[in-house]
Write a protein of this length. Sequence first.
Length: 216
Amino acid sequence: MSRKRTAVLISGRGSNMAALVKAAQREDFPARIDLVLSNKADAAGIEFAASHGVPTRVLSHRGYADRQAFDEALDGVLREEGIEIVCLAGFMRLLTPWLVEQWKDRMINVHPSILPSFKGLHTHERALEMGVRVHGCTVHFVRAEMDAGPIILQAVVPIEADDTPDTLAARVLTQEHIIYPRGLELLAAGRLSVVDERVRIADTRPGPAPLIAPTV
Ligand code: GAR
């Protein structure tokens, strides 16, 4: 089996990246993490990746005149490394439509909400403010619009009466660490197709395709 060369893009903590690196340690995992790239030199995740033998790069956006110039440099690095799949994992940069198009249906993201609800930042605070009963996370293909794109997997987390943004974030994060590796696995195994901007999951086993990840 040739494993898909995968890059994970981070800006900070990198816990989702760590979950992807750990999942890809499985011999039968269809993707290999060949690059962890951060736009911030002090991203904690860089150290984790290096200590797990994953090649790392720092590409600061500060040295570039504009978004397009940075994205062209980023695209250049990904091509230089022969990358086939890109996973955004807390990569806090708005991408140009140009870059998104270069990696269409080969770039995925994890977002801490049940999209299309609560795009953007502070999703846990906003979910609590709105009084919704369930919250969760989404793995999706990346499109030019922020936190939008065909949905691959979602996990649902019930909201408890005494939840704070932190307790809720922690429960959602646990689910992110489950569904993100699973989403990458499905993509790298060639089991995903996008039809009319909706994702179809080809199942190799009998029974219905797992459209929704197991909940807590
Ligand atoms: C994660 O919760 C991820 O879902 C979120 O940033 C966090 C990064 O944490 N991403 C977004 O909000 C994207 N819109 P991590 O660095 O520990 O993976």
